[in-house]
Design a protein around this ligand. Structure first.
Ligand code: AMP
Ligand code: GLY
Length: 423
């Protein structure tokens, strides 16, 4: 069969690599793709938000299945456009992708269906938000309602910071229309865990857990980024935590969406905080995480095309989802200066070292081909993933492989997976 993947990041590279493992797949296209994805897929120069052009391409080339990796097209309704033209597509419709597209919606959903999350209030009026800030204790968390490239969350330690934050989001519209509405919520402390899961509208199959490192610098310092590295599984996500989440969070979320007339098909990514009072939902995403996909998919044994199709057909209850009993660590190699400003266009060397070494992967994020050579083309450049028998071995392998790759202004965190020493 022929598969089209929509997106161009390290997550889409990991999806393309996993799809390429399926004996059922004879051809992969990726729009727009990147230099690494081009090894498995024919990259097509159509943007992820050009829904009509993408659908026309899928029709002309007789694509059997389209997989959407990114949040923007999902929240914008790409799945509805494909379905209206009779095309098979993996991902939530617009009315379900709102689970990620509106934090106010997702908080109200959790409240209505008693899904454990931080206490909160929603606001559409800046004056009311400012008045509310006088009644809360600190730190407090401010969230722009809509998509904001992972930057719409502000953790404020003082009333002054929070007032400035409300103005940034609601008055100055720093995140654009995403700030027309905002959530003010209780600050939670604990360990964060990401659990990605396959959903077919009724049944949910959670994947193995992962942990992200969002800050730019070692020791969780510096600015928030899209994610500087991950490991999987999380040693803090115990069987007990898993059992709690399945009963009180995962299935209730799927049932709530169905009850609201918004059946969810695709990936639900649960961003969880393991607090001393138990797991709480920090946020939902409607897609694979980046770089969570880069550690979870290399550990997945089951044919992913079978799973995607079962989600579309509502037959996920017949899938036996299996993961390797090993571990994986991904270290993101970024351009120095990310997430603020950085140079692009530097040649990358050493990528050949990954070719005949099973268990080592260089997932491309911001890369491009220039005169046949791979060059840097973004803030997050590569995700170097390695597997191992356990987390310690996987981490040692990942940091060994990080050294194989060189490019000017290469920057990475040295402490990805450090938390496992505390487990
Ligand atoms: P998000 O962009 O929604 O993924 O949130 C970014 C990060 O903000 C999360 O990964 C958490 O580290 C943090 N965060 C979000 N909500 C809370 C909360 N209620 N308490 C503490 N930290 C939070
Ligand atoms: N790594 C976090 C995310 O994909 O949202």
């Amino acid at each position: 069969m022929k598969v089209l993947i929509v997106g161009s990041g390290g997550r889409e590279h990991a999806i393309a690599w996993k799809v390429a493992q399926s004996p059922r797949v004879e051809k992969i296209y990726c729009a727009p793709g990147n230099a690494g994805i081009a090894e498995y897929a024919e990259c097509v120069a159509i943007g992820a938000m050009e829904f009509d052009r993408l659908a026309a391409f899928a029709k002309e080339t007789a694509v059997d299945l389209t997989v959407v990796g990114m949040d923007d097209p999902l929240v914008g309704g790409i799945v509805d456009v494909f379905e209206a033209q009779g095309l098979r597509v993996f991902g939530p419709r617009k009315n379900a992708a709102i689970l990620e597209g509106s934090k106010a919606f997702s908080k109200d959903l959790m409240k209505k269906y008693h899904i454990p999350t931080a206490a909160y209030e929603n606001f559409t009026d800046a004056q009311e938000a400012l008045a509310y800030l006088k009644t809360v204790s600190y730190p407090i968390v401010l969230k722009a309602d809509g998509l904001a490239l992972g930057k719409g969350v502000l953790i404020c330690n003082t009333p002054e910071e929070a007032e400035a934050g409300v103005r940034e989001i609601m008055t100055d519209k720093k995140f654009g229309a995403a700030g027309n509405c905002m959530v003010i919520e209780e600050f939670l402390s604990g360990r964060e865990v990401s659990v990605l899961s396959y959903v077919d509208g009724r049944t949910i199959l959670p994947m193995t857990s992962a942990q992200d490192h969002k800050r730019a610098g070692d020791g969780d310092t510096g600015l928030n980024t899209g994610g500087m590295g991950t490991f999987s599984p999380s040693p803090f996500y115990t069987e007990e935590v898993d059992a709690f989440c399945r009963t009180y969070i995962y299935q209730p979320t799927v049932d709530a969406m169905a009850a609201e007339g918004r059946p969810f098909k695709g990936i639900i990514f649960f961003g969880l905080m393991l607090t001393k009072d138990g797991p709480r939902v920090l946020e939902y995403n409607a897609r694979f995480g980046d770089p969570e996909a880069q550690v979870v998919l290399p550990r997945m044994k089951t044919d992913i095309v079978d799973v995607f199709e079962a989600c579309i057909d509502g037959t996920l209850d017949q899938i036996d989802l299996q993961f390797e009993d090993n571990a994986a660590v991904c270290v993101v190699l970024a351009s120095d200066g990310y997430p603020v400003s950085y140079q692009k266009g530097y040649p990358i060397s050493g990528l050949d070292a990954f070719h005949d070494r099973p268990g080592y992967y260089a997932f491309h994020a911001g890369t491009a081909l220039r005169d046949g050579a791979v060059v840097t083309n973004g803030g997050r450049v590569l995700g170097v993933t390695a597997t191992g028998a356990d987390l310690h071995e996987a981490r040692a392998h990942a940091y060994e492989a990080v050294k194989w790759v060189s490019f000017e202004n290469k920057y990475y965190r040295n402490d990805i997976g450090k938390a496992i020493d505390e487990a």
